[in-house]
Design a protein around this ligand. Structure first.
Ligand SMILES: [Zn+2]
Length: 480
């Protein structure tokens, strides 16, 4: 890590500059000081980005970094693995514990801790589901103080992580209520995914209500580009499925997460400052499915969004705080020795042609195709490392068995395939293992997750602490 980027208000350089303020060489020295220190008299961070990579532990970040190094080496660059990711280059790093009052956390309880500084049980959105007490989020505090607020996610807008910032619910599945609370929040910008309609289709349409409240509804790139200062908007990716943005690895047309962040910066920027939360929501889903190639691409898309915030920060370093963290780790991802051979790692993972979901759709007992045909198609999709092992053949038979005839409740079946298509899982497992990636579970783990920060107040994010500490530190940094 380069020491020249380490921020400290208490560094020797900072003190020296103060003393020399009126000296002949002071102007030059003072300019140099700005590189090393932030203004000690700063009233707090006025432009604040909080990035949450859902399910993103240290291994997920490492995997993306190795992949990117391999990608650059394959195109002729001689690069070290370090700092391929913008988030890994931030000068302050810490770790947070993630457990909730229920034990291993879900995104609702972890999000609640990060957003409100209060712990709760799994499934609850920014409240105590037993007493009914509602917790106030950092976004709401910022909004009450006159800052503009943006909530950006690649998942759907009422999903747990975005919802803890604007709403409250005893259960995270109360999508109808959360959709209305989103509009009622008055936050200026919601973007990325769309709304998930509650089953039964009852209740008021949040999009119609939002229009009545003066939000512009944007559904294409031209609209996104047209957004400017002072507006309020809900910007939804044109290719959403189940309310979520498409998988980065599927390379569908439309804005990237970084594009939504850039548009948000234009819309939110102003004298009063802003707070923007950005979630990489599908890192978690890729890791639930043990799909390393999709996870890496989601982390990269998320990191590109971090890069967009850092571009803004470069212009206003004294006033801009960027914090990148996660709510929990998903999958128990671990990198074995071969994973550190970045060129091979990149070669294997970049050979996967799309997300596990894209392949899963092509596997069906009703298609009546042969095992040989299935394996040929799998090797085209996942690469030759998806070898026809006994495990892959057994999974093929299972996938060709009608769903209601599979032993889906047996412990062994659940351990091998979880809720996913058996053949897809087995093929990915072969390919991932060749690349040096192994997984322990289809669910969340209790692992600590990294925090990276840069900007005024970022020093306080160093060290190890509970996830509620993110709220405390943001609040202090923003003087709220
Ligand atoms: Zn999850």
């Amino acid at each position: 890590m380069s020491m020249s980027r380490t921020p400290s208000r208490h560094s020797a350089a900072g003190v020296g500059c103060g003393r020399l303020r009126f000296g002949a060489a002071a102007a030059l020295l003072a300019a140099a000081c700005l590189i090393f220190t932030w203004r000690a008299d700063a009233a707090g961070a006025r432009f604040v980005f909080l990035f949450i990579g859902d399910g993103m532990g240290a291994a997920q970040r490492n995997a993306a970094e190795i992949y990117m190094a391999g990608m650059r080496i394959s195109s002729g660059d001689a690069v070290p693995r370090e700092y391929q990711l913008a988030m890994n280059s931030l000068p302050v790093s810490g770790m947070i514990r993630t457990d909730s009052l229920s034990g291993t956390t879900d995104s609702a309880a972890a999000g609640t801790a990060i957003a409100t500084g209060r712990r709760t049980t799994n499934g609850a959105v920014a409240m105590n589901p037993d007493s009914g007490e509602k917790f106030v989020s950092i976004a709401t505090l910022a909004h009450e103080r006159g800052m503009r607020v943006g909530i950006v996610t690649s998942s759907f807008l009422q999903d747990a992580t975005p919802a803890v910032f604007y709403g409250h619910a005893k259960k995270r599945t109360e999508h109808a209520s959360l959709g209305l609370q989103l509009v009622e929040s008055g936050f200026e910008y919601f973007a990325g995914g769309g709304f998930r309609r509650p089953s039964g289709g009852s209740g008021r349409d949040p999009v119609e209500l939002a229009k009545l409240r003066g939000y512009r509804i944007i559904r294409d790139e031209a609209g996104l580009r047209s957004l400017g200062p002072g507006e309020s908007a809900i910007a939804i990716h044109p290719g959403i499925s189940a309310g979520m943005m498409p998988w980065a690895i599927d390379e569908k047309p439309g804005p990237s997460l970084a594009d939504f962040v850039r548009a948000g910066i234009r819309l939110l920027d102003g004298e009063g400052g802003f707070f923007m939360m950005v979630e990489g929501g599908k890192i978690d889903l890729a890791c639930h499915a043990n799909d390393a190639a999709a996870a890496v691409r989601e982390v990269m898309a998320f990191d590109e969004a971090v890069g967009a915030a850092l571009e803004f920060q470069a212009a206003r370093p004294d006033e801009t705080l960027v914090v990148v963290t996660s709510d929990h780790e998903t999958g128990g991802m671990s990198l074995q020795e071969t994973a550190w051979e970045s060129l091979k790692f990149y070669g294997l993972l970049s050979g996967q042609r799309g997300s596990h979901q894209a392949f899963e759709r092509t596997v069906s007992p009703s298609a009546k195709s042969s095992e040989r045909d299935g394996i040929t198609r799998a090797q085209k999709f996942f690469g030759p490392a998806a070898r026809a092992t006994d495990a892959v053949r057994m999974a093929w038979k299972m996938s060709m068995t009608a769903k209601d005839k599979r032993p889906a409740k047996s412990a062994e079946y659940k351990k091998l395939y979880g809720p996913y298509d058996p053949f897809t899982m087995a093929c990915m497992r072969e390919m991932n293992a060749s690349a040096g990636v192994t997984w322990r579970t289809f669910y969340h783990t209790g692992a600590d997750v990294p925090v990276s920060a840069y900007g005024p107040g970022s020093e306080s994010f160093a060290g190890e602490y509970g996830n509620t500490g993110i709220f405390d530190r943001l609040r202090a940094a923003m003087s709220l």
